[in-house]
Design a protein around this ligand. Structure first.
Ligand code: SF4
Length: 351
């Protein structure tokens, strides 16, 4: 029997395109849900054929905007997952959502089908900022959805973006104080990054400089009442996103949908998996270990020092840089200072 795999299901449709967004998604009035559903169900069966009736610890519907999905499409996909794999009662099933696309009734239907964790794209609590970002909802609509979700028997998370033009440390302090009032158990706080080929990429925006961005990032844990557990994620201990944690910790996962990618572990070999089922490339063990270091170092608990990981580390450099990285018997993790330069740090700690 093959190893359990987490499932990521990509939904590539949005109501409209946000101005900062470089994710694979298309603004679409009327997506062809029938075709989408058929493709995803075919992919599920394909993987069940290859891997057998394996256990699925988590399912994550990401996007795009999964909450746009018609209820019957979600029902068929989840039914196909449970017909073909082992889905235990404690399986975490997350759906990302846009506040404009979900109301009480639709969310209740999703929850009755098995969704037990909702991630809400709030992004800002200021209507002018939401407009600037190109979001299709206002702050009240986002707060209403949070309220609805918090009154259902599910786990709730909210995404926010900071570091907009004109933001300073005070702005992020205010944002964190506002977030604290919402009583959330999980929050993701992302720095606005300007990506090429987005409307923002062509606008020459006056962004906060690196020093201000670093100060903002450092200030978040001082104000937010949830501890950081990954570069951009904060949660009541025990309420972390299990799906993402599993992936950061190097567990295997399958990506379903055209733009999704995965890391499949089959008969003792790692494979790179892309949305197209046929594209399976072997990943040598040393390369997979480096990938695990890259994702594991994003977490506050760090990367576990298994033998494959140890063999890739530059121990001399690590032992000389206690200010940036801490190593004990079991794990290697970045300090707060190290987290600020994570990409460079990973280059240094690996051979
Ligand atoms: S809703 Fe999300 S995926 Fe869709 S355009 Fe906006 S940021 Fe991108």
């Amino acid at each position: 029997m093959n190893y359990p795999h987490n499932l990521y299901i990509h939904v590539p449709f949005c109501r409209s395109k946000c101005k900062y967004c470089a994710f694979y998604s298309v603004a679409c009035e009327k997506p062809d849900w029938e075709k989408y559903c058929q493709n995803i169900c075919d992919e599920i069966k394909f993987w069940a054929n290859r891997l057998g009736k394996i256990e699925i610890p988590t399912v994550f519907f990401g996007g795009g905007t999964p909450s746009l999905m018609p209820v019957d499409v979600m029902a068929r996909i989840l039914q196909t997952v449970s017909d073909n794999f082992i889905v235990n009662k404690d399986c975490e099933i997350t759906m990302e959502s846009n506040p404009k696309t979900l109301n009480h009734e639709k969310l209740s239907d999703f929850v009755s089908m098995g969704i037990n964790r909702l991630s809400v794209g709030v992004q800002s609590l200021n209507d002018d900022e939401l407009k600037f970002l190109g979001r299709c909802h206002n702050a009240k609509e986002a707060l209403d959805l949070l309220n609805i979700a918090q009154n259902m028997n599910i786990r709730v998370s909210a995404d926010f973006i900071y570091g907009l033009p004109g933001h300073n440390v005070k702005s992020v302090v205010n944002l964190c104080n506002e977030i604290n009032k919402l009583g959330l158990e999980h929050v993701s706080l992302y720095e606005l990054t300007i990506e090429e080929n987005t409307p923002f990429g062509k606008m020459n925006l006056d962004m906060p400089n690196n020093e201000t961005m670093a100060k903002m990032y450092t200030e978040i844990p001082n104000v937010l009442n949830l501890p950081r557990y990954e570069v951009s994620n904060y949660a009541v201990p025990g309420q972390e996103c299990r799906h993402n944690k599993n992936i950061w910790n190097g567990e295997p996962y399958i990506g379903l949908g055209k733009a999704a990618a995965g890391r499949v572990y089959m008969n003792g070999i790692w494979y790179e998996q892309k949305g197209n089922n046929e594209l399976l490339e072997k990943i040598p063990n040393d390369m997979r270990a480096i990938e695990k270091i890259i994702t594991g170092m994003r977490t506050v608990s760090g990367v576990r020092l298994d033998s494959d990981i140890k063999s890739q580390l530059n121990t001399d450099w690590i032992l000389k840089h206690h200010d940036l990285v801490v190593m004990d018997e079991n794990s290697l993790r970045a300090t707060d200072a190290g987290m600020l330069i994570l990409d460079d740090l990973i280059m240094e700690i690996t051979k």
